[in-house]
Design a protein. Structure first.
Length: 423
């Protein structure tokens, strides 16, 4: 049988040095998640295809890794996590007191064309706050997204919007439903040519262009209200945005209002936001008050979960790392590993004892298991280990060790218990 001994296009191997970076970033952000009271969850990688075709949007559903399993069921590798979390809530937590605060770190899959910072398997690190529709809950989620990146010292821009504003303006026009959907797609993809081509078919195009060109803070929204004064849905969206911005400012989060942020997922209902760094979107989220209801019992008139509000976001974890690299913010990781080698095999039991003692004290100790001569062991350890322990007759008889510093070249004759402060 023919096969290729290489990874699939759009997928990656992560080397040990890559994993150091990924674990560092993940732990730093997860620490913030926990400080905000979020608990970790994990859902299956494979889900029923149907839960994503309900409301994820055409772009997502067309790029899914979807297939029939051996039971002839339509399943897929999950293309994003929010829908899985909604299903998870209905199946496991629908009778719990709310709000519920979950966070996750998981791979997701989309059959896109691979390019820089775009892969077919990539990771989402995000949160979902379920059960509250207050502006404070939106602001807290936005603040968490902001603070998670600030503690990494990353330079970025937070952009906020409310999709009711754009939809309200579009609904005041005579455009067809198909044209309105196309414009939303073009806005999300920054396709100005496509937008302008459709706007030629309506008299209200000038209003939409003014909304899309608006950039500012909460205090500038009154002028926008005047522009869209004949669009009630747009006015409602602006007022919702004003309410959350009042709290966002209390959290001291710097931001800019940008109504080009509409998000490509169909389940968002109100306030949305994105974070950009180094010409990449590295985070996106918003409010989705109707999604969970899609998973509730459709035959029950009393199902309280039909209108469960929720808000959340996800970092494009891989893009966060790309931005950190671009801004030279990846720290240098200390290497304090110790290799233990011996002059003669008769000293191996003593070396095993030394390794055990060091590991008990949480010191990384690696026993040379290749039976190398000491010189060869030193050559192997160069650039891989910070220290090498050498055990010979003297060390064995006195119950001590010789510790070689591979950076300085110095060495010391020590008790095993003296090593800890050095490492």
């Amino acid at each position: 049988m023919d096969f290729k001994t290489e990874k699939l296009r759009g997928f990656r191997d992560f080397l040990p040095e890559d994993m150091k970076i990924r674990n560092y970033v993940r732990k730093a952000i997860e620490k913030k998640f926990k400080l905000y009271g979020f608990d970790e969850i994990l859902t299956p990688t494979v889900e029923y295809t149907g839960i994503f075709t309900l409301k994820s949007g055409e772009e997502i559903t067309e790029s899914m890794f979807a297939f029939k399993d051996k039971g002839n069921r339509d399943v897929c590798l999950k293309p994003e996590q929010t829908v899985s979390t909604a299903r998870f809530f209905i199946e496991n937590f629908k009778n719990f007191a709310m709000p519920l605060k979950f966070y996750y770190f998981c791979p997701v899959f989309r059959y896109d064309e691979p390019q820089h910072a775009r892969y077919r398997e990539f990771w989402h690190l995000g949160v979902e706050l379920i059960g509250s529709n207050t502006p404070e809950s939106d602001a807290e989620v936005i603040s968490l997204a902001y603070c998670g990146l600030k503690q990494l010292n990353l330079n970025f821009e937070l952009e906020l919007s409310n999709i009711k504003v754009i939809k309200g303006v579009l609904n005041s026009t005579n455009l067809s439903r198909g044209d309105k959907e196309k414009i939303l797609h073009y806005i999300d993809k920054h396709n100005d040519e496509g937008i302008n081509e459709i706007l030629k078919r309506t008299d209200n195009g000038e209003i939409l262009n003014k909304v899309l060109s608006f950039k500012g803070k909460r205090g500038n929204l009154n002028e926008l209200k005047n522009i869209v004064r004949n669009c009630p849905e747009a006015i409602e969206g602006i007022e919702e945005l004003e309410n959350i911005l009042n709290f966002v400012e209390m959290f001291n989060n710097d931001y800019v209002i940008n109504f080009n942020i509409v998000r490509g997922l169909d389940y968002y209902t109100s306030n949305v936001f994105e974070i950009h760094a180094n010409d990449m979107q590295i985070c996106g989220g918003g409010r989705y008050d109707n999604l969970i209801g899609l998973f509730s019992d459709k035959d029950s008139k009393n199902d309280k979960n039909k209108g469960v509000p929720a808000v959340g976001f996800a970092y494009g974890f891989d893009r966060v790392i790309e931005a950190l690299k671009a801004q030279n913010l990846i720290p240098k990781f200390e290497n304090n590993k110790i290799l233990i080698t011996y002059v003669s095999e008769e000293f191996l039991p003593y070396c095993i004892k030394v390794a055990g003692e060091l590991r008990e004290r949480n010191i990384t100790a690696d026993l040379d298991i290749m039976k190398r001569k000491v010189k060869k062991a030193m050559e192997y350890a160069n650039n891989k280990y910070r220290y090498v322990i050498v055990v010979g007759k003297k060390e064995f008889e006195e119950g001590r060790i010789t510790l070689r510093d591979m950076e300085s070249g110095g060495q010391k004759f020590l008790d095993v218990g003296e090593i800890e402060p050095l490492c």
